[in-house]
Write a protein that binds this ligand. Structure first.
Ligand code: NDP
Length: 315
């Protein structure tokens, strides 16, 4: 049978390019888990993905009810689940004030981390029961949260501190809207959420890899300077960023190439190792990258796991 893969945020950018790359192999059925159903349908159509190779299902990661409903609808479809790709993200670098999820969490961390945390935890059992040869959970990371890189050192730097803001609810009422308890900063909130993504991948690996045989991985696909991720940025940035990445940092990667990279992490037999953060060099060869000290801190990963469980209602 074909493999079944759920990709969150497959209505644009990296998620869409990955859906297309996997569908074109003829070996995968892609469940596009998207907040805007119509947009996702249109995107799949205009990308030329054949009808029999995808299903769009509604998922709004900024609502934990929606995450639970998505899991119910997916189960009702009767499809087995072989691979989950947590790809969706919001990035609000110019926001002066925080926005919030349905449950009242700061939007970037609420969507990128907490929504995916609940989704992954709920679907883990489904993946565990699949009879597919290589079962995987992939959480898209980023270099920007990784302070052992040049890009990760552009201020404001990611820093989760002692997680006091997260522990007290991240809601701006009786707590800070930032994980470390500091003042709201949209760019930092995104970077913090990406550190959470990388810590969660490693904690999943430590807790579940041996027992389930599931491969847990993260990746930095390269700088895909053309995606909608930068839609909230100031216009001048949006004009200058792609050529800057293309000619100055040379970190630029097209959406199509980035999609092929993520598709490799989904199904390539050479990228099957669990607990790995994948990157690609200039010749597009994959390698296991190092994470910054904070993004590989085991104690922080455990603490993040426990607080996140409480916030999403699992503990
Ligand atoms: P896009 O903005 O193009 O894609 C993000 C996707 O997430 C969209 O499909 C968007 O849906 C979806 N999304 C946002 N909020 C929600 C929500 N509440 N519920 C469900 N889906 C949601 O950006 P990219 O393709 O660039 O980003 C994809 C991933 O790649 C992210 O994890 C990002 O951090 C990562 N990344 C990107 C890099 C880059 O250079 N672009 C570099 C490194 C990592 P909608 O279409 O409805 O807006």
């Amino acid at each position: 049978r074909k493999g079944n893969v759920i990709i969150t945020g497959a209505s644009s950018g990296l998620g869409l390019a990955t859906a297309k790359a996997l569908a074109e192999t003829g070996k995968w059925h892609v469940i596009m888990a998207c907040r805007n159903f119509l947009k996702a349908q249109m995107a799949a159509k205009s990308a030329g993905i054949a009808k029999e190779n995808y299903t769009v299902m509604h998922l709004d990661l900024a609502s934990l009810d929606s995450v639970r409903q998505f899991v119910d609808s997916f189960r009702r479809s009767g499809m087995p689940l072989d691979v989950l790709v947590c790809n969706a993200a919001v990035y609000l670098p110019t926001a002066k004030e925080p926005s919030f999820t349905a449950e009242g969490f700061e939007l970037s961390v609420g969507t990128n981390h907490l929504g995916h945390f609940l989704l992954t935890r709920l679907l883990l059992d489904d993946i565990k029961h699949s009879d597919y040869t290589s079962k995987r959970v992939i959480i898209v990371g980023s270099i920007t949260g990784n302070t052992n890189t040049l890009a990760g050192n552009v201020p404001p730097k990611a820093n989760l501190g002692d997680l006091r803001g997260l522990a007290s609810g991240l809601n701006g009422l009786n707590s800070s809207t930032m994980i470390d308890g500091g003042d709201f900063d949209g760019a930092k909130a995104y970077k913090d959420s990406k550190v959470c993504n990388m810590l969660t991948m490693q904690e999943l690996h430590r807790r579940y890899h041996e027992e389930t045989g599931i491969t847990f991985a993260s990746l930095y696909p390269g700088c895909i300077a053309t995606t909608g991720l930068f839609r909230e940025h100031i216009p001048l940035f949006r004009i200058l960023f792609p050529p800057f990445q293309m000619y100055i940092t040379k970190g630029y990667v097209s959406e199509e190439e980035a999609g092929k990279r993520l598709a490799q992490v989904v199904c390539d037999s050479s990228l099957q190792q669990s607990g790995v953060y994948w990157s690609w060099n200039k010749n597009s060869a994959s390698f296991q990258n190092q994470l910054s000290q904070e993004a590989s801190d085991e104690e922080k990963a455990r603490k993040l796991w426990e607080i996140s469980e409480k916030l999403v209602g699992l503990a």
